[in-house]
Design a protein around this ligand. Structure first.
Ligand SMILES: Cc1cc2nc3c(=O)[nH]c(=O)nc-3n(C[C@H](O)[C@H](O)[C@H](O)COP(=O)(O)OP(=O)(O)OC[C@H]3O[C@@H](n4cnc5c(N)ncnc54)[C@H](O)[C@@H]3O)c2cc1C
Length: 464
């Protein structure tokens, strides 16, 4: 039997699947790819991060699904590198490994009061409204009429929009059933989006920012004085047309008459979180006013602003975390690499690669992962061709079966997918996600014929 070069990709998010795409695009090149994923479901943040009302970007799942279905690709869901399988073992099983396991943890503010009830991370909120099976957020803590979001990137805009968008628009999305149920009765009156630095340092993209302007029953409140920028900021903006559009959008909102709408989004800049106040629950946030120093940096002033809010959401970025045995640079929060080749002391270096957020840190949209992934795949294809001696292969499937690990194959994922769609159909929605690992695994075990009584219980806990 001819030996086929085998590549393991760790992480079935956009970066991992773009790499699988590039490796198997030529279906005659003989390469076999195994995609190893911690969750029973593929697609990473495309399923569990991207806001449910971003239907166009969510529709990329169809493209990603076609990659998983290629004959040269196998999916191993519910398998975590560092737990069910070790890096050393993968090195023995595969000719090359691509780490594409993202950057899943959130950053903390590091101020007093962060432990109070009602102070949560945007990643928790995102996990909640996307039905992430490991979501820990207790939604009951989320009923504040005034909410502060710390951070001026697109995730902050997503969270503000989901909290305030008209509920009819959410129905036709795959938003988690529990989040939808809660949001049917909860819509805050005021959401503050707060940046520590000047608008010139905002990370919003113009399209996502402008989306907020179209929200029904929502006024956008911007204080023109807080949009002031210094000369050095202005120079920086001249090179970044997107930032100029962001500033223009905010300026136009500052001048626009208010509609006296029942809900408001307030944009605030040059305010640094100082402490969160409250006895057990968040009652307010105290912010220190900052000012431009004229050279593009900011200086603290002695003035403070207190906002009486019942919740604080920190949205100041995601960060990578180490995976057992794989090199990790704690400064950048990513796997150290040169052009996607992992930098390690070992001679295995030439066979280990990294792509996506695990490589660059948490930045860039889905499309930004394609270039990285293609580069890494090309390096691998070049190194495996043409006269490489392939090692003897034991199969990952046999290793996992021998160790009693229950993994989700591509076929079993297809079963989960069809059950979620069927649950959606019953409720006139595109999909109802199964929101915990047990339910997902139960669904993956179901045969595709008529469900048994036990099988029909899948999804029964999901609210109508
Ligand atoms: C809240 C949010 C909203 C976003 N919205 C948009 C948007 O609207 N449009 C857009 O273009 N981009 C958006 N992005 C950016 C986009 O999601 C990222 O660019 C992209 O998901 C990064 O891909 P990735 O594959 O590197 O990481 P991920 O998508 O995080 O995928 C990593 C995968 O690896 C798995 N994994 C982790 N550890 C292990 C392990 N030890 N073993 C096995 N598997 C493991 C994870 O479960 C996950 O499935 C958003 C990001 C966030 C956080």
């Amino acid at each position: 039997m001819a030996a086929h070069p085998r590549v393991a990709i760790v992480g079935a998010g956009p970066a991992g699947l773009y790499a699988a795409d590039a490796l198997t695009f030529d279906q005659n090149n003989g390469i076999r790819v195994d995609v190893i994923e911690r969750l029973p479901t593929p697609f990473g943040l495309l399923r569990n991060g991207v806001a449910p009302d971003h239907l166009k970007i969510k529709s990329l799942e169809k493209l990603m699904q076609r990659i998983i279905e290629r004959p040269a690709v196998r999916f191993f869901g519910n398998v975590t590198l560092g737990e069910q399988i070790a890096r050393e073992e993968l090195l023995g099983l595969y000719d090359a490994i691509i780490y594409a396991y993202g950057a899943p943890t959130d950053r903390r503010l590091g101020i007093a009061g962060e432990e109070l009830r009602g102070c949560v991370s945007a990643s928790d909120i995102v996990a909640w409204y996307n039905g992430h099976p490991e979501c820990l957020l207790n939604v009951d803590t989320f009923s504040a009429s005034k909410v502060a979001i710390i951070g001026v990137g697109n995730v902050a805009l997503d969270v503000a929009r989901i909290l305030l968008v008209s509920r009819n628009r959410l129905w036709n999305t795959d938003i988690a059933a529990r989040a939808l149920q809660h949001l049917m009765t909860y819509r805050p009156t005021d959401v503050y989006i707060i940046g520590r630095r000047s608008v010139a340092q905002a990370k919003f993209t113009p399209k996502e920012l402008r989306e907020l302007g179209g929200l029904e029953d929502v006024d956008i409140i911007v204080d023109a004085a807080e949009l002031a920028i210094c000369d050095s900021d202005a120079q920086q903006m001249a090179d970044r047309s997107e930032l100029t559009l962001v500033l223009e959008t905010l300026q136009s909102w500052a001048e626009r008459p208010q509609k006296n709408a029942p809900h408001r989004i307030h944009f605030r800049f040059l305010l640094e979180p100082d402490r969160i106040e409250g006895s057990s629950q968040v009652e307010a946030i105290r912010l220190r006013r900052m000012k431009n120093d004229g050279s593009g940096s900011i200086l603290a002033t002695s003035q403070y602003v207190t906002l009486n809010v019942g919740a604080v959401i920190r949205s100041i970025g995601y960060r990578g975390k180490p995976v057992h045995g794989v090199p990790f640079d704690s400064k950048s929060g990513a796997v150290p690499n040169e052009g996607g080749r992992v930098i390690t002391q070992r001679d295995a270096a030439a066979r280990e690669f990294v792509t996506g957020w695990a490589r660059r840190g948490a930045n860039g949209v889905i499309g930004s992962n394609r270039g990285d992934a293609t580069e890494v795949a090309e390096s691998i294809l070049a190194s495996l061709k043409p006269a490489a001696v392939f090692r003897h292969h034991t199969d990952l499937e046999d290793v996992l079966l021998a160790r009693g690990v229950e993994f989700v194959t591509g076929q079993r994922w297809a079963q989960i997918d069809s059950i979620e769609r069927a649950l959606g159909k019953e409720r006139a929605r595109p999909r109802v996600k199964l929101e915990n690992i047990g339910e997902l695994m139960k669904a993956s075990r179901m045969s595709s014929g008529t469900p048994s009584k036990a099988e029909r219980s899948v999804g029964q806990e999901i609210p109508e």
